[in-house]
Write a protein that binds this ligand. Structure first.
Ligand SMILES: CC(C)(COP(=O)(O)OP(=O)(O)OC[C@H]1O[C@@H](n2cnc3c(N)ncnc32)[C@H](O)[C@@H]1OP(=O)(O)O)[C@@H](O)C(=O)NCCC(=O)NCCS
Length: 179
């Protein structure tokens, strides 16, 4: 799978100071130590603990679901490490979902890499992950691009905004970060 366009895809904070400290804690290198939200499924837990992820295994699982967009395991990890907000879903100790959000911490965010393992979809796991991320960016606009999950995002309150545009600078993943 080498289509760069695909979407690679809650707590509330009280006042501006709370928001700012929450944003700072979630910056790369300043990520909150741990945060958990139960997904609808009682056996699945959502957190942002990047150290827990086995990225080689994650890449294999993504490929098995035809959702590997060409990043090496190290580059996949880097994508999440360098995102301001991340969400991982754990079922029986195994990674069964992931999502990440880029944000300027002020007004704009972008949702990427939203994935739930195909064997346990339609149980509310992606909904819980995306809500977890939405709770990290109060007051901000979240953009995303999707090929075929419009209905899922519409259920979360997203609506179509006309004319998404994009380009790849040079060749897709032809950069030092993916070597
Ligand atoms: C899109 C995707 C992330 C959704 O993951 P998911 O964990 O199945 O999502 P949810 O369970 O939260 O919601 C999916 C659907 O199940 C429904 N659902 C949620 N809980 C449910 C439950 N307990 N029982 C039955 N259905 C349920 C939701 O209403 C939603 O319905 P809809 O798609 O008709 O709107 C998943 O299908 C996926 O990984 N796809 C491949 C990767 C991909 O395309 N990602 C998006 C890129 S933009």
């Amino acid at each position: 799978m080498d289509d760069p366009k695909r979407c690679v895809t809650a707590p509330r904070f009280g006042d501006a100071d709370d928001r700012m400290s929450a944003e700072l804690r979630m910056r790369p290198g300043h990520r909150r130590a741990h945060h958990r939200t139960m997904a609808n499924d009682d056996n699945v837990v959502i957190d942002d603990d990047i150290e827990r992820v086995d990225w080689n295994r994650a890449k294999v699982d993504l490929a098995a679901d035809n959702f590997d967009n060409g990043r090496s395991a190290a580059a996949l990890r880097r994508s999440f490490e360098q995102s301001q907000h991340v969400a991982f879903a754990w079922g029986d100790g195994r990674l069964v979902g992931m999502a990440r959000l880029l944000s300027d911490g002020v007004c704009n965010a972008y949702l990427l890499d939203v994935w739930t393992q195909s064997t346990i979809r339609r149980r509310g796991i992606a909904t819980a992950m995306v809500r977890h991320l939405m709770g990290s960016v109060p007051g901000q606009h979240i953009g995303l691009q999707t090929d075929d999950a419009e209905h899922f995002y519409a259920g979360l309150g997203f609506h179509l905004q006309p004319q998404f545009m994009g380009l790849v600078v040079g060749g897709w993943l032809n950069n030092a970060a993916n070597r």
